[in-house]
Design a protein around this ligand. Structure first.
Ligand code: BDR
Ligand code: CA
Length: 322
């Protein structure tokens, strides 16, 4: 089987780091480049973190590109309160040997898609969608040439909180709703792994210990990252519930779902339709995503993950990365 050629658009980020570890480890994934965006932390830091992560996992040859430093229209939003000031929970990743590229992430995306054959390259987007929307607007020809666009973002729960950042909005969409609107409108062959799917596959204490007990460099780092995040989230559990926000049990493996989905789509169930985004900044529902069943079927919105199989699948990757 030919490998999945992918660009990973990301804002590392604790769960982004685990997603990147998985993608590096998976023998069926060929990472053409990592593009970074403002999100969990500022873009200079997400770029630096991506290079640190590659180096740490013995993949310093992977190219990293810095992208958009602010959302299309709204003000900059970051999530240091959960990912830490440096975006990686203060863990020691060391200094990357590879130097920063001066090619912009948006240009890398456009050039890579335009110079490959049609539907040869997929994009896994696990941060706010600013780079992807900007690339769509700058070179609309890329839209039909992308093989698959796999996105972690949004919330579609009909009963219960719709968001983890506001009661109606999930972080990646809320951090740039206008970009998400462009991407969901224009994109083709989109698969969405929303908040509620990531929250089904959470790493609890026992799982974190399993990772640690593997006694492997990247597995131990993943355990530290997840443990630090759990320490922040657990005291917030009741507060989030009271604020009508969707709280997490353990630490949700949001972004790893997007990587798993490209190689093991059968781990997820979904339905086809389209997605709209509330872009009215005066509305309390700013950034809310809505699933629309109808003739337009450019999005596969997943709603369920096979939890046990998924968690085992994530663990396997750490063995491969050793
Ligand atoms: C998403 O928001 C970020 O904080 C995570 O990295 C993930 O991509 C989950 O809502
Ligand atoms: Ca992310």
């Amino acid at each position: 089987m030919a490998k999945h050629k992918v660009i990973i658009d990301t804002d590392p980020g604790v769960d982004d780091c685990i997603a990147l570890f998985m993608a590096m480890a998976n023998p069926d994934i060929d990472i053409l480049g990592i593009t970074t965006v403002n999100g969990n932390v500022k873009v200079e830091q997400t770029e630096y973190n991506a290079r640190r992560i590659c180096e740490y996992a013995w993949h310093s040859g992977i190219k990293v590109f810095q992208g958009c430093d602010h959302p299309l229209k709204r003000s900059v939003l970051n999530a240091e309160w959960i990912h830490g000031e440096d975006g990686l929970a203060g863990q020691d990743f060391g200094e990357p040997a590879n130097k920063k590229s001066n090619v912009h992430a948006v240009d890398f995306i456009i050039d890579t898609i335009m110079s490959s054959t049609e539907r040869e390259v997929s994009i896994i987007a696990i941060g706010p969608l600013t780079n992807i929307a900007t690339a769509f607007l700058k070179e609309p020809k890329i839209i039909s040439r992308i093989n698959e666009l796999i996105i972690m973002g949004g919330g579609f729960n009909e009963f219960g909180p719709r968001g983890n950042t506001t009661p109606y909005a999930e972080f990646n969409i809320y951090a740039d709703p206008h970009a998400a609107d462009i991407v969901f409108n224009l994109g083709q062959r989109i698969t969405i792994l929303p908040m509620e799917v990531g929250q089904q596959v959470y790493a609890d204490h026992a799982y974190i210990e399993k990772l640690r007990d593997m006694n492997l460099r990247c597995a131990k780092m993943a355990a530290n990252l997840l443990e630090e995040t759990a320490k922040k989230l657990t005291p917030m559990y009741d507060k989030m519930l009271a604020a009508n926000l969707s709280p997490e049990l353990g630490t949700s493996l949001y972004d790893p779902c997007a990587v798993a989905c490209i190689v093991r789509p059968e781990l997820f169930s979904g339905k086809y339709g389209s997605v709209s985004v509330n872009t009215d900044s005066r509305s309390e529902k700013f950034g809310m995503t809505t699933f629309l069943a109808g003739e337009k079927r450019n999005c596969l919105v997943t709603y369920k993950a096979d939890k046990e199989a998924f968690l085992a699948f994530v663990l396997e990757h750490f063995r491969l990365l050793s």
